[in-house]
Design a protein around this ligand. Structure first.
Ligand SMILES: [Mg+2]
Length: 162
């Protein structure tokens, strides 16, 4: 693993699981550009049915954008916290300086999951709030759910991640 990194949620962040059942159209362009900028991509997704989620990931071809060792599927959304703890530990181990750690980002559509856990561990957190998205009308219930920034498509990451 390298720093800085961007940890992506899958459903409704990279992949329209309630709509077209494809990757959102900007995914390839944005992730390719960010990789060229030096960001290491990590996919962290929750699904009880591991085979179902793996098939979805492969069919979408998003796995071509990630190192296979950087794709993590956990059973429950709450398991993402523990996985992020592990990721942060690994980042700390390999980071040359603390600046790299602060540049690492967690991006997702759920305030009560990716954003809350990312905040609690000191990541920069980015909420993706797409129009009509399943969680797009949710409001933060506490300070711990307030993201560092909110974007409406992944293209917003290109401004946030220099
Ligand atoms: Mg999601």
């Amino acid at each position: 693993m390298k720093t800085p990194c961007i940890v992506y949620d899958f459903d409704e962040t990279l992949y329209a699981s309630h709509g077209s059942r494809r990757l959102y159209r900007e995914v390839w362009e944005v992730l390719t550009k960010l990789r060229h900028r030096g960001y290491h991509h990590i996919l962290l997704t929750a699904e009880q049915d591991l085979g179902f989620q793996l098939a979805k990931i492969e069919r979408s071809r998003v796995d071509k954008l990630f190192d296979p060792r950087s794709i993590f599927i956990v059973p429950n959304p709450t398991d993402k916290h523990e996985e992020l703890v592990r990721i942060r530990r690994e980042l700390r181990r390999v980071a040359r300086d603390s600046v790299d750690l602060r540049k690492s980002v967690v991006v997702g559509d759920r305030l009560d999951c990716e954003i809350r856990y990312g905040n609690s561990l000191g990541f920069t957190t980015v909420r993706i709030c797409r129009r009509g998205g399943k969680y797009s009308l949710r409001r933060a219930v506490s300070e711990s759910e307030v993201p560092t920034c909110t974007i409406s498509t992944l293209k917003g990451l290109l401004t946030i991640c220099p």
